[in-house]
Design a binder for this molecule. Structure first.
Ligand SMILES: Cc1cc2nc3c(=O)[nH]c(=O)nc-3n(C[C@H](O)[C@H](O)[C@H](O)COP(=O)(O)OP(=O)(O)OC[C@H]3O[C@@H](n4cnc5c(N)ncnc54)[C@H](O)[C@@H]3O)c2cc1C
Length: 452
């Protein structure tokens, strides 16, 4: 079949690779000049099968309320006039209970485990190098009350087959000695040896090249302007080369119409507004996050184990001779600015924290001080459950692979493989509630619905 994929982030490119594996003819349309230049560009780098708890839990509403006026809040809801944001918020609240939390964790672990295997298969097949470190993921706590609950979360993960274990401070510092200068603040942690880390951008761009070598066509610098419906199915998509200038919706002259047998929407946060134009209404809403990437000054003192700082909910990962620190979520629309007071405060918070936990290890000076911190922001395609939509939409020939929220890098390879299997009419080998006309293997799992 001829299949067109919309979007070349980690999800679109992984889907392309797996469809090529199945012998399909693949075209990818991407508005940027290369793959992975939007949300897949500079994330926290964690392949985090075991640290996959969704943001929606029983304590989240109270915490979010308390954090509403704090610039450095890990989760910040910034009210706008956008109805979609309020609808998303209400559905998120509906997930803030223990039953939903455990159901969502089960789904996320199932997809994570399947995806980890798929990633290893892709790496074996392609030999792609992407600063991969297989040293596990650690999580340290600075607050005794939070650490006291770490055992419950670890037990829940073990129930679903992930070996996350609680470790005391001394053991944590044996696992990752780089945090010794911060030892006086650490009360304990957890550790999962099977998790790993690596650069999502480097991986995705290399995989896109591998797809091209296998015959895929990548139309970079092209906007998908419209999905053209004929009857109940998508007949073609209208695209426009960015070099023709910014024409409006009615600028027919510069549009090209591409036909295919199937279409896959993998446009990250922009998938929801695009699909709404053909009547598919899904709660995928942007969750803005930030990262900073610092040059390492003392490699011998920099961590190799990717680590989560529980207090600020940020992740720290080593990428060769650089250290990436990323986190925080801001639910407030599609704004990607880095120069607002709020954005500057959040970026500065990342620098300050690294200087506190790993003093003198990186060059954390800001630009005014002569440093090159490389701040970045991206829009996580968030769903209220944190579970992505993978499957067939009610519109003929239209599939979706989007809504991966905080875990798109972890779930990328598996989501691509699973959707390719579904398009080929096969059931992926995992207990997961696929979207739409694609039943789960486990009848107890409801497919992910529009309610998120
Ligand atoms: C701060 C931060 C830290 C994170 N840390 C981690 C982590 O440690 N581990 C993890 O697993 N995940 C992490 N994530 C999440 C992960 O990065 C995302 O879930 C993932 O990148 C989403 O991939 P995607 O392909 O769906 O979206 P994207 O990478 O955004 O790709 C979508 C593509 O579609 C293109 N597109 C959109 N609309 C159009 C259009 N109309 N025409 C043409 N092209 C279009 C865009 O240009 C883009 O390239 C993090 C995210 C953030 C923001």
């Amino acid at each position: 079949m001829k299949i067109i994929i919309l979007g070349a982030g980690i999800i679109g490119v992984s889907t392309a690779w797996h469809l090529l594996e199945q012998g399909h003819e693949v075209t990818v349309v991407e508005r940027q000049p290369d793959a992975a230049l939007e949300t897949s560009f500079a994330n926290a780098a964690q392949i985090s099968v075991s640290y996959c708890e969704p943001w929606a839990n029983r304590d989240a509403p109270l915490k979010a309320l308390k954090w509403m006026f704090r610039n450095d809040a890990p989760l910040l809801f910034r009210p706008t006039l956008d109805w979609q944001q309020w609808r998303w918020g209400l559905q998120f609240l509906g997930q803030c209970n223990d039953t939903a939390f455990e159901r969502n964790v089960q789904q996320l672990v199932a997809l994570g485990a399947y995806s980890h295997t798929a990633l290893k298969d892709v790496v074996r097949a392609t030999g792609i190098e992407y600063q991969r470190l297989e040293h596990g993921i650690a999580h340290y706590y600075t607050d005794q009350k939070s650490f006291d609950t770490a055992g419950d979360a670890a037990a829940l993960m073990r129930k679903y087959g992930v070996s996350r274990r609680v470790v005391g401070r001394d053991e944590l510092l044996r696992i990752e000695p780089a945090f010794r200068p911060f030892a006086h603040r650490i009360v304990g942690g957890t550790y999962t040896a099977s998790d790993e880390s690596g650069d999502a951008r480097v991986f995705t761009q290399a995989l896109a090249k591998a797809c091209i070598a296998r015959g895929a066509e990548f139309l970079y610098n092209h906007d998908v302007v419209r999905l053209n419906k004929l009857g109940d199915a998508i007949d073609s998509i209208a695209i426009r080369a960015r070099s023709t200038g910014a024409g409006g919706q009615n600028d027919q002259e510069n549009l090209r119409h591409l036909k295919a047998d199937q279409f896959v929407a993998a446009c990250g946060s922009y998938t929801a507004p695009l699909l709404r134009t053909v009547g598919v209404d899904l709660p995928i809403y942007p969750g803005k996050g930030y990262s900073a990437t610092f040059p390492i000054l003392r490699p011998e003192a920099a961590p190799l184990v990717s680590t989560i700082d529980d207090e600020l909910k940020i992740a720290i990962s080593r990428l060769g001779n650089q250290l990436r620190v990323a986190g925080t979520i801001e639910v407030g629309g599609y704004d990607l600015s880095l120069d607002s007071a709020l954005a500057r405060a959040r970026c500065q918070m990342l620098s300050d924290r690294i200087e506190t936990v790993l003093p003198g290890v990186c060059d954390t000076r800001n630009e005014a001080q002569g440093g090159t911190p490389n701040y970045w922001t991206g829009l996580r395609p968030a769903t209220p459950t944190n579970i992505p939509y993978i499957g067939q939409t009610p519109v003929g020939k239209l599939w979706i692979n989007a809504g991966h929220g905080t875990l798109g890098w972890t779930h990328g390879a598996g989501s691509g493989k699973a959707l390719a299997e579904l398009i080929c009419g096969r059931q992926p080998d995992m207990n997961f509630g696929f979207y739409g006309n694609t039943p789960s293997r486990n009848p107890r799992l409801a497919p992910a619905t529009a309610a998120g």
